[in-house]
Design a protein around this ligand. Structure first.
Ligand SMILES: *[C@@H]1O[C@H](CO)[C@@H](O)[C@H](O)[C@H]1NC(C)=O
Length: 706
C-alpha cells in the first residue's frame, strides 16, 4: 500500500512537469587556435548545419548561388576531376529530398566526383566556394557525405573540427517515436496538453525541449537481441563506424593517402576484428552467446524491423528471411564466386589476378587480403581507376537488407545496412563481417605462429597485474537534434528559439587502474599492451587461447621506460590510447570555446577514435568474468608515422600483435605476459528503459561515478 502511494505521488510529481535535470557538464581538453582557423571553422560549421534548409540569408548561399565551377577550371589542381564532375553535372545529379546512400552505384559515383572537386580545390577560398555551391544545389545527404570526407582529408583543413554525425543527421541515430514527439511540440508550439508531457517523456527545460528516448525493444529485434540494443544503437559507437568509413572510404584512391597504401587492408582487418570482438564481449555479458553463422541459400534467422525513417520508412527484414533467389540470382552468384575464388587462391598459396601476384603465405599479405574483401581502390590499382561493380560488401549488404527491388537510377529503399550511420543496429551486420573474418582466419592459418623466440622479451618479467573493481552503469546524455527539425524564416534568424535534445541512458564505466608489477634485468623502452577477452564461451565453457585469440579487444597501448630492478606501472583508464571522450556539441563549441579562441582537442586530433565510455562491456550485477591480458615487448617506432590514422600508427609490429594470427598457446606462457581474471560489475538499473518509465523521468542515476 505504502509503495503504491509513493509511486502515485511520484507520478503526480512528474506530471506536474518542469523537473529540471541539468545536463551533465563536462569540460573538455582544448587547444588554442588562431583567428584564421576560427573564421574557417565557423564557415565550415555553417555548411554542416540545418542541412534540410537552404537559408537564403546565409553566407554560403550568397557565395554558392552564382558560383560556376566551369568558369574556374584553373582553380583546381586536377583538371580531369573537374571534367568528370561537370560531365555528371550536365546530366543531372541526385535530386534533393530523397535519401542518399553510398551503396547506390550512381549516387556514389556523383558523391565521389563531388569529393574530388572539393579535394582538388587549390586553396580554402575555392574549396569554400565549391562547397557552398554544392550546399545550395545538391542532395543534402550527398553533400554532407562528400563534405565530411573532404574536410577530414584536405591538408589545409587539418585539425578543423567537424560536428558529430548524430548532430548533422539525427534521424539516422534515433527511432521514429522521437520524431513524433519533436514534431508535435514544434507544431503545437510547446507542450500544452495534459495527455502529452512527462508521461511521454517530454519536458521543457530552460531554452530546450527534451525528449527521452528508449532503445529498440523486441518488436524490432528478435531472439532477445534487444538485450544489447543500448550497444548496437549507441550514438557514439555508430558515429565511430561512420568515421571509420570517412577516413577509409573503399572507393578512395591511395593518391589521396599515399602513406596508407601499405596498411589499408591491414587496417580493414584490424578494425572489423576489434569491432566484432568487442560486440562478442557485450553479447556474452547479456547471455546471447556466439555470433550466429548463416548461409546465402538458407533462411537467415536474425530478423530486424527498425522503426526508423529517413525520408521514407526503413526496410524491415522478417525473421527466417529467405533471400529471394530469382530476384538476386546475379548477386548471389557473385558472392559465392568471391568466397570460392578466395579459398582456391589460398589452396594455391598465391593470388594471381588484376596484374598482380601475391604470396599468401607472407604475413604482410594481410594488406592484400583486406583490399580483396573490401574491394577497394587499391585492389585494382594495376588495372586502372576504381570503377569495379563487383564489391562483395556492397552486394552482401543489399541482399541482406531485405529490400528486393532497387531498379532505377536513384531508386533506393533506405535500410539499416544502406548507411554507415545505421549499419551497426542490424544483427545481420555482425554476421556478415564475422563471415568475412572467418575467411581472414583461413588465410592467417597459413602463417607461421609466433615462436618462443619471437615472443620472449629477454630479461623482462611481469610478476603481477592488478585491476581495481571494474564497474559499468548507465547515465543520461543529451544530444541536440535540431538539425532534423524545420524552422521558419523568423526562427532561423533568431538564435533565441528553443532547441531540441534527445536524452538517452548510455553505457558508461567508472575509471579504473591497471597496475603492472615488472621485474627487469634490462633498461630500455618497452611497449605495453592491455587486452580484454572472453574467459568462457556462450555456453559457459572455458575457451582455450587457440580458439580465442581473435576475440581479444586491445584496450590500450603505451611505451614505458624500464629501469633495472622493480618497476611499478600504474596505468589509468582515462589515459588509454585508442579512445576519445564524447564529441562536444557544436552549440557549446561555438558559444563557449570558439568565442575564446579554442577548440576541443580530441575532436580536432582524433575525431574518429573509439568512444571511451564503451571500453568495458556491461557485465552483470554479480560480476561477469573476462581475461585481462598484458604483454610487454621492446619498442621500435614505426618507420613512417601515418598521421591521418593517428590512432593506429604506433610501433613497427603488425596491428593487433601478438594476437594478429593463430597462436600456439604453449608460447603464450612467457614471463613478459600475464593473464589475469577480472569481473565486470554492473551497478544501478540493469536495463536502460528502466530509466525512462514515466515516474523515472526525473530519475538520477544513484551510482556514484568515481
Ligand atoms: C521506455 O520503455 C518503457 C518500458 O517499455 C516505457 O514504460 C516507457 O514509457 C518508455 N519511455 C519512453 C520515453 O519512451
Amino acid at each position: 500500500m505504502k509503495t503504491v502511494l509513493v509511486l502515485a505521488s511520484l507520478v503526480a510529481l512528474a506530471l506536474a512537469g518542469n523537473i529540471v535535470i541539468p545536463p551533465k557538464h563536462v569540460d573538455c581538453e582544448v587547444k588554442t587556435v588562431d583567428q584564421d582557423f576560427i573564421t574557417k571553422q565557423k564557415q565550415i560549421f555553417k555548411l554542416f548545419y540545418y542541412i534540410g534548409h537552404v537559408d537564403t540569408e546565409a553566407e554560403y548561399y550568397k557565395t554558392g548561388k552564382d558560383y560556376d565551377i566551369e568558369e574556374h577550371v584553373s582553380d583546381y589542381t586536377n583538371k580531369q576531376a573537374v571534367e568528370e564532375f561537370l560531365n555528371l553535372w550536365k546530366v543531372g545529379f541526385l535530386p534533393k529530398n530523397i535519401p542518399f546512400s553510398v551503396f547506390n552505384d550512381r549516387s556514389r559515383q556523383e558523391a565521389v566526383a563531388l569529393f574530388h572537386v572539393l579535394y582538388y580545390a587549390k586553396d580554402f577560398d575555392v574549396f569554400y566556394k565549391t562547397a557552398s555551391f554544392a550546399r545550395v544545389y545538391m542532395n543534402e545527404g550527398q553533400f554532407l557525405y562528400s563534405c565530411y570526407i573532404a574536410v577530414l582529408h584536405r591538408p589545409d583543413l587539418k585539425g578543423i573540427v567537424v560536428p558529430a554525425p548524430y548532430e548533422t543527421n539525427p534521424e539516422l541515430f534515433t527511432n521514429e517515436d522521437v520524431w513524433y514527439r519533436v514534431h508535435r511540440i514544434k507544431m503545437q508550439n510547446g507542450i500544452d496538453t495534459n495527455d502529452f508531457g512527462p508521461e511521454y517523456g517530454v519536458s521543457h527545460e530552460e531554452n530546450r525541449y527534451v525528449v527521452y528516448a528508449n532503445y529498440s525493444d523486441n518488436y524490432v529485434y528478435a531472439d532477445g537481441e534487444d538485450k544489447i540494443s543500448y550497444f548496437t544503437e549507441d550514438i557514439g559507437l555508430n558515429a565511430y563506424y561512420y568515421y571509420f568509413h570517412v577516413f577509409f572510404p573503399f572507393w578512395m584512391e591511395s593518391e589521396v593517402q599515399p602513406l596508407l597504401k601499405e596498411h589499408r587492408g591491414e587496417v580493414y582487418y584490424n578494425f572489423y576484428q576489434q569491432l566484432l570482438a568487442r560486440y562478442y564481449l557485450e553479447r556474452l555479458s547479456s547471455g546471447l552467446g556466439e555470433i550466429p553463422d548463416y548461409s546465402w541459400n538458407h533462411q537467415i534467422e536474425a530478423g530486424y524491423k527498425p522503426f526508423m525513417k529517413y525520408y521514407y520508412n526503413f526496410a524491415q527484414r522478417p525473421s527466417y528471411y529467405q533471400i529471394p533467389y530469382e530476384k538476386h540470382i546475379n548477386e548471389l552468384q557473385v558472392l559465392n564466386t568471391f568466397e570460392q575464388t578466395f579459398i582456391q587462391f589460398l589452396q594455391q598459396g598465391h593470388f594471381k589476378a588484376f596484374n598482380q601476384d601475391v604470396d599468401l603465405r607472407n604475413s604482410k599479405s594481410v594488406n592484400f587480403v583486406g583490399n580483396f574483401w573490401q574491394g577497394n581502390a587499391d585492389l585494382f590499382t594495376k588495372v586502372g581507376p576504381w570503377n569495379h561493380p563487383y564489391s562483395y560488401e556492397v552486394i552482401a549488404r543489399h541482399v541482406l537488407s531485405g529490400v528486393t527491388s532497387n531498379s532505377g537510377k536513384y531508386d533506393f529503399v533506405p535500410s539499416s545496412l544502406g548507411f554507415y550511420q545505421t549499419s551497426l543496429r542490424d544483427p545481420a551486420f555482425y554476421q556478415l563481417y564475422s563471415r568475412i573474418m572467418k575467411y581472414f582466419v583461413e588465410f592467417k592459418k597459413s602463417l607461421t605462429p609466433y615462436t618462443q623466440d619471437a615472443l620472449h622479451y629477454v630479461g623482462v618479467k611481469i610478476n603481477d597485474v592488478k585491476v581495481n573493481k571494474l564497474v559499468t552503469y548507465f547515465d543520461f546524455y543529451d544530444f541536440e537534434v535540431s538539425n532534423g527539425v524545420y524552422f521558419s524564416k523568423e526562427e532561423m534568424k533568431s538564435s533565441r528559439w528553443p532547441y531540441y535534445v534527445v536524452r538517452q541512458p548510455r553505457l558508461n564505466h567508472k575509471p579504473f587502474t591497471v597496475s603492472v608489477d615488472v621485474k627487469s634485468d634490462v633498461e630500455g623502452e618497452a611497449v605495453f599492451k592491455i587486452f580484454l577477452g572472453p574467459k568462457y564461451d556462450g555456453k559457459g565453457y572455458p575457451i582455450d587461447l587457440e580458439e580465442n585469440w581473435q576475440n581479444f579487444v586491445e584496450l590500450d597501448w603505451f611505451v614505458q621506460k624500464l629501469t633495472k630492478g622493480q618497476n611499478k606501472i600504474e596505468r589509468q583508464s582515462t589515459d588509454f590510447f585508442y579512445t576519445k571522450d564524447d564529441s562536444t556539441p557544436i552549440r557549446e563549441i561555438v558559444e563557449k570555446y570558439l568565442a575564446d579562441g579554442k577548440v576541443p582537442s580530441d575532436m580536432s586530433v582524433k575525431p574518429g577514435a573509439y568512444p571511451h565510455r564503451l571500453l568495458l562491456p556491461k557485465g552483470t550485477s554479480g560480476g561477469f568474468p573476462y581475461w585481462i591480458y598484458v604483454v610487454a615487448y621492446p619498442y621500435q617506432p614505426a618507420n613512417k608515422q601515418v598521421e591521418t590514422i593517428r590512432v593506429y600508427a604506433n610501433d613497427n609490429k603488425p596491428l593487433g600483435y601478438p594476437l594478429d594470427r593463430p597462436v600456439n598457446s604453449v608460447y603464450f606462457k612467457q614471463p613478459n605476459m600475464f593473464f589475469e581474471e577480472v569481473r565486470v560489475y554492473h551497478e544501478g538499473e540493469i536495463y536502460p528503459y528502466e530509466y525512462n518509465v514515466p515516474y523515472y523521468t526525473y530519475h538520477h542515476n544513484e551510482v556514484s561515478q568515481h
